[in-house]
Design a protein around this ligand. Structure first.
Ligand SMILES: *Cc1c(COP(=O)(O)O)cnc(C)c1O
Length: 374
């Protein structure tokens, strides 16, 4: 048999691609842990969603998305022409990039931030202008404005023929609001300054229901604003993968035109539609999580070696005094509790804990006390 070196055909620019560092628990072991590492919803999906999934008779059929889009449009309060659904908000991050970015175009990312913005930018061959957050994790809009004008200057003066021949542009500014991992929200004034930039602002509102604040209603009158949302966190459907964007009509139309028509599976569609018929139930759980967040935050601060940051989401980022985040994570994991620690130097002495049920939150505090006592 002739040998064919298929590896040679792979994109060379992906050689040093850093793998996404999220650890998964095998399905059979999920029940063995108190799982507070990935900001999932410990209260679970709506019982109506679970019933609708069990009664769904058409898994053998391809299912259209328009009724879900219309239900989302009613939920958000915008026309359906602004709504596109995706396989989780993650897929929409990719689509937003793919309809705007040519190879070499740039996005702005404000680390520490949600890792998928830079992840997909690398996959899509885009540049990443990283504008770090301030010490208190607020975004530095002065630095963002400067980075954008420096980038434009640098491109226009470049000696590099590749750069001169390509139409390189800074096009997208990604911002999670509330932010992940810190849980904070940007000030209204900062958002207005971002919207005045010569680019598209992609506001990732994965945690909007917990914050009680959204810019989605602004989209129909703001031609450079895209809002991303998801059913993963507030509706407890993380593994069914249903996200969506609220985008200016021409942008939504472009994504609809180029994405695969069956990108959301029928189970996700059925569960998301049933969730939108059970908003009262799900929002009661959101309110429980918000109440628990404040209670947990006080309890964590009382431990003496943790400094919780104020959060508007369903998780709490804590500075750890005298140890690394990884040490705390490993000690909790040995006691059956999963939380998130981080590899990046800036977050070495931090942990992120999702807010669980009252019993789960009590268990975290109890185990942290035990760890501190050693
Ligand atoms: C969890 C999360 C998402 C991912 O949402 P999916 O719909 O599950 O893909 C997107 N953005 C942020 C900031 C998140 O924390």
């Amino acid at each position: 048999m002739p040998t064919f070196d298929s590896e040679k055909l792979l994109r060379q620019d992906l050689n040093d691609f850093p793998p996404y560092s999220m650890g998964h628990v095998p399905l059979a072991d999920l029940g063995k842990y108190i799982k507070l590492d990935l900001n999932e919803n410990s209260f679970g999906p709506s019982p109506k969603a679970i019933a609708a999934l069990a009664q769904m008779p058409h898994y053998n059929r391809y299912v259209g998305q328009d009724e879900l889009r219309e239900a989302i449009a009613r939920y958000v309060g915008v026309d359906v022409a602004h709504i596109v659904v995706s396989n989780g908000a993650d897929e929409m991050i990719d689509w937003v990039q793919r309809v705007f970015l040519n190879r070499g175009d740039a996005i702005v990312d404000c680390p520490p931030s949600f890792e998928m913005y830079a992840f997909f930018a690398r996959v899509n061959g885009a540049r990443i202008l990283a504008v770090p957050r301030r010490d208190d994790f607020s975004i530095d809009v002065d630095a963002i404005e400067k980075a954008i004008s420096d980038f434009r200057f640098q491109i226009s003066k470049s000696e590099d023929p590749n750069l001169q021949s390509a139409i390189c542009n800074l096009k997208l500014v990604f911002l999670a609001n509330p932010s992940n991992p810190d849980g904070g929200v940007a000030s209204r004034a900062d958002i207005e300054r971002l919207l005045a930039l010569p680019g598209i602002v992609v506001l990732d509102e994965a945690y909007a229901e917990f914050a009680g604040e959204s810019y989605a209603a602004r989209v129909p009158t703001q031609s450079n604003l895209i809002v991303l949302r998801t059913f993963s966190k507030w509706a407890g459907l993380a593994s069914l993968r249903v996200g969506y964007c609220i985008a200016p009509q021409p942008i939504a139309a472009k994504i609809l035109q180029v994405k695969a028509p069956e990108n959301v599976n029928s189970a996700g569609i059925v569960a998301a539609r049933a969730s939108l018929e059970d908003i009262e139930y799900l929002m009661a759980n959101v309110r429980r999580i918000v109440t628990e967040r404040e209670r947990l935050s006080v309890a964590l601060a009382q431990l003496g070696f943790l400094q919780p940051l104020p959060s508007r989401a369903n998780f709490i980022l804590c500075r750890v005094i005298g140890r690394t985040g990884m040490e705390i994570r490993d000690a909790l994991q040995a006691r059956g509790i999963l939380i998130r620690a981080f590899g990046s130097p800036r977050l070495h002495d931090y942990i992120r804990v999702a807010v669980g049920t009252p019993e789960e939150n009590d268990a975290v505090v109890r185990m942290l006390k035990e760890i501190a006592g050693r």
